[in-house]
Design a binder for this molecule. Structure first.
Ligand code: 5GP
Length: 124
């Protein structure tokens, strides 16, 4: 069975897309810990990030670098990275414009309009 992220990548489930290339998709986390909380996901479905092939690993971190620089330009904040993968068994990196209100696991409730406004600001 495909992961929820594979379904998003296949377009079967909607997402607030920020970035896409041939190997990676990035979209807003549906339970954001800060505004702009983004998931960067390899299109290939691999559970643990360190089990990615060298090629997919490099493509993932190259996308993380690009998106972080863009996020910092837009938000003026450093980017916090988090890799856990205890919830969705499909490798991914969490990217968050860091601010002092951030607390691991504490989530914000955003409206669809708020998600759309953030997506518009951050989309590349
Ligand atoms: P982790 O596996 O790194 O612990 O967390 C997975 C993350 O994926 C969580 O922050 C969760 O909110 C997010 N997530 C789970 N399902 C969906 C979904 O269907 N859409 C989006 N955009 N994010 C999701």
């Amino acid at each position: 069975m495909s992961s929820i992220f594979s379904k998003i990548i296949a377009g079967e489930i909607p997402s607030y897309k920020i970035y896409e290339d041939d190997k990676v998709l990035a979209f807003l986390d549906i339970n954001p810990e800060v505004k702009g909380h983004t998931l960067v996901v390899p299109k290939v479905e691999v559970d643990k990030i360190y089990d990615l092939s060298e090629e997919d690993w490099v493509a993932l971190w190259a996308a993380v670098k690009k998106i972080s620089a863009h996020m910092e330009e837009i938000t003026g904040r450093r980017t916090l990275y988090k890799v856990i993968g205890t919830d969705v068994p499909h490798a991914h990196v969490h990217l968050m414009p860091y601010d002092e209100t951030w607390e691991h696991g504490k989530t914000l409730s955003l409206t669809e309009d708020e998600f759309n406004a953030i997506r518009e600001k951050l989309a590349m």
